[in-house]
Design a binder for this molecule. Structure first.
Ligand SMILES: [Fe+2]
Ligand SMILES: [Fe+2]
Length: 272
């Protein structure tokens, strides 16, 4: 079981952010903003799913998960609080969040079902956040010339996503979740996640009036399909989830540990 530390990030998210906070690049700014828009509702769903899965375990199986579940909930609650502050700035910039109501609708449809469905969907989403996190931690130049508060926040979030990548997956397995439903939820989450991130990025660029600039598309191509591109680098790790013996710990998280050690001045461990 993993020792998950809750960390208070020492950045001021109250001060406004600029429209193209990510190195003056409309695409990168719009893409990260889109992702952030999904977090407050998404991370609340992960918290609820993990808490309900934990409660559904027989008492003797709960003890080994106790500290890890508390740490997971604390980390995700901290993420959602900071992303809500960040998103309020996006709202003030006139960027409409169309992802959140769609996500809320889908989450509502899981109410009352076997808790293994929600935790399987959470494990699938956590695989996405973990491979995205690994990509970002290995390619910090994606945040080159960004507002330093936001670049610290994204890398801290990435480090913690990589750190707690096993929690939902292990709970699903401990509840006797089967392979068929694990993979089925991964396919569903893949379709929704890719559609939503694309739609929200386009919405943000349209609201920003930068959708049809050549520089926007050049940046999109470079950061998605170029040598260090997100899609190019994460396709293999994404596909690993289909292996019958897959476990999130098979993916190395040394970059996360390294960031947390070298950026110790950026955060304060809570209750430790
Ligand atoms: Fe998170
Ligand atoms: Fe997470």
């Amino acid at each position: 079981m993993t020792d998950l530390v809750v960390r208070r990030l020492l950045v001021d998210m109250e001060a406004p952010i600029s429209r193209h906070w990510c190195g003056g690049d409309p695409f990168r700014s719009a893409f990260f903003n889109a992702l952030s828009m999904s977090f407050p509702v998404g991370e609340q769903f992960f918290i609820d799913s993990v808490r309900n899965a934990f409660k559904a375990l027989p008492a003797d199986k709960q003890a080994p998960f106790d500290a890890e579940v508390k740490g997971f909930i604390g980390q995700e609650a901290t993420h959602r609080r900071l992303h809500a502050l960040y998103n309020a700035h996006l709202d003030a910039l006139g960027l409409p969040n169309a992802w959140e109501p769609r996500a809320k609708d889908r989450i509502r449809r899981l109410e009352g079902l076997d808790p293994r469905h929600a935790v399987a969907a959470t494990a699938a989403n956590e695989h996405f956040t973990a491979i995205f996190a690994q990509w970002l931690l290995h390619n910090p130049s994606v945040l080159e010339s960004a507002d330093s508060r936001l670049s610290t926040m994204w890398l801290w979030h990435a480090a913690e996503e990589a750190e707690h990548r096993c929690t939902a997956f292990d709970l699903y397995k401990a509840l006797g979740g089967n392979e068929k439903w694990r993979l089925r939820w991964f396919r569903i989450v893949t379709v929704f996640f890719l559609t939503d991130i694309l739609r929200q990025t386009v919405t943000n660029l349209r609201a920003d009036r930068t959708l049809w600039r050549r520089a926007t598309w050049a940046s999109a191509w470079r950061h998605l399909f170029g040598k260090q591109g997100l899609i190019r680098q994460t396709f293999g790790p994404w596909r690993d989830y289909f292996k019958s013996d897959f476990h999130p710990s098979h993916h190395d998280a040394a970059a996360s540990v390294n960031w947390l050690v070298t950026h110790r001045a950026s955060y304060q461990p809570v209750g430790g």
